[in-house]
Design a protein. Structure first.
Length: 131
């Protein structure tokens, strides 16, 4: 087993559209939610500022406070690895932002949390077995 794969053999449920991405039940019995954001055009060491919708942050908080899950994590998947952080450790600043509104979309312009990239843990894919 790779030392970076604590989820091997755990149960994982993909959640529906407009929800967080996954609920994972760990071997210990603890349950966590995961939100994954793809960052297609950047590497781990690039000067990329991770951003997430405040709506997603609220869903992460609700999963812990109202649904009584043990924790919620945010993962950014880069070309060469991942950055991750627990919800309670996120730091950043808010702004009104987003993408150019698309026809029929309701949340293209919204309040965004620009995260402090220095607070994230990193796992380069090159350090994983069979990477």
């Amino acid at each position: 087993k790779s030392k970076y794969n604590p989820f091997s053999g755990c149960s994982c449920v993909k959640l529906g559209k407009y929800e967080l991405d996954f609920i994972i039940q760990l071997h210990s019995g603890k349950r966590i939610t995961i939100e994954v954001k793809g960052v297609k055009n950047h590497n781990l060491e690039d000067n990329h500022v991770p951003m997430i919708s405040v709506l997603k942050i609220a869903k992460m908080q609700r999963s812990v406070n109202e649904n009584r899950l043990n924790a919620s994590y945010l993962i950014f998947a880069y070309k060469d690895g991942i950055k991750f952080q627990r919800l309670i450790n996120l730091k950043g600043s808010f702004s009104w932002s987003g993408r150019e509104p698309r026809k029929g979309s309701t949340n293209d312009r919204e309040i965004i949390l620009r995260l402090d990239r220095t607070t994230f843990d990193k796992i380069p894919f090159s350090t994983l077995k069979n990477a």
